[in-house]
Design a protein around this ligand. Structure first.
Ligand SMILES: [Zn+2]
Length: 318
């Protein structure tokens, strides 16, 4: 079978390897699509965050596929099931930039997906779970104002959750024209940070008070600073992106203005809610897919994903 291995920064090769042997607790999944996560891009580029992982690696975890074989002790998962996840966080994922992936402890780790959810939507369940977990921490409600910094896949999921739950101003700041257009299409105010002053827009929208809840989903130092400076006293800040650089934050900003800061991470407990939101049409995931490449062209796929001005979610098909 074919698999895409990252050997080091900018060094990805598609190789022919042996099919994985299936043990008694394992499930073997024929991967149909696997999304490139922002964290995968960090690994491909070899940033500070990416270097936490050991090369060579195949971290693909945002996949959907069909079970083609199960071990003798597997009970809950069956051949033919459409499944997602089974994340192995040890090295960033189970290796789903491959034609087939072996998932250990298939009964506990694989999640079945209803047939009516497409492979493409299912590949975006993992970023939706991250967004659901992020949303659950500061939990904006009622007429509270929300600022989402960065309209990548997680920011775009978050803005839909906020749009469903809040009646106040929801503002997204972004620099990619493609992502700005998507944010507007999904029904919120989108500020082009290359052309407009976000500070001015926030002032105008909140009568000079500042934002109630800020979600930092860009991973840039400018947006990190904005999250702190634009949130009003007593407000909540949720940091969701990974950062290539360290940053200095004045603790007086947090103490003096009584801010609450969250770093929520992954949200597996929201799986059933994610499925319900997709089936009910409350969250749209397919518009987030900007590019699809065959596994053979995984390198081009990663280059496209690294170019966040042009791409949103890039899927690799196998
Ligand atoms: Zn991910």
């Amino acid at each position: 079978m074919k698999t895409a291995i990252i050997y080091g920064p900018h060094d990805l090769r598609v190789e022919e390897v042996e099919m994985p042997a299936v043990g008694p607790e394992d499930g073997l999944v024929h991967v149909r699509v696997c999304g490139i996560c922002g964290s995968d891009v960090h690994r491909y580029l070899g940033t500070r965050y990416g270097q936490r992982f050991r090369y060579p690696l195949n971290s693909g975890h945002e996949y959907c596929g069909d079970v083609v074989q199960v071990g003798e002790n597997v009970r809950r998962i069956n051949v033919g099931d459409k499944v997602v996840l089974g994340v192995d966080w040890v090295n960033g994922g189970p290796g789903a930039f491959s034609e087939y992936v072996r998932i250990p402890h298939a009964d506990e780790r694989l999640h079945k997906v209803p047939e009516k959810i497409t492979y493409e939507e299912a590949a975006l369940i993992e970023p939706l779970l991250v967004a659901l977990n992020g949303f659950s921490k500061p939990k904006p409600k009622g007429r509270e104002s929300v600022l989402i910094l960065g309209a990548g896949p997680i920011g775009l999921c978050l803005l839909q959750l906020c749009r469903n739950e809040c009646s106040g101003e929801i503002m997204v700041s972004e620099i990619s024209p493609r992502r700005l257009e998507l944010a507007r299409h999904l029904g919120v105010t989108a500020v082009d940070a290359t052309k407009e002053s976000l500070e001015e827009r926030v002032k105008a929208f909140t009568n000079g008070e500042g934002i109630d809840v800020a979600f930092e989903c860009a991973g840039a130092l400018d947006t990190l600073r904005q999250a702190f400076s634009l949130t009003k006293p007593g407000g909540r800040i949720c940091l969701i992106a990974h950062y290539s650089q360290s940053a200095e934050i004045d603790p007086e900003v947090i103490v003096g203005r009584s801010l609450t800061v969250y770093g929520p991470g992954y949200g597996g407990i929201f799986f059933n809610e994610a499925i319900r939101l997709i089936v009910d049409g409350k969250v749209q995931l397919e518009p987030l897919v900007s590019h699809q490449f065959p596994l053979q062209k995984a390198r081009e796929a990663f280059e496209a994903a690294a170019n966040t001005r042009l791409s949103v979610k890039v899927l690799v098909r196998s």
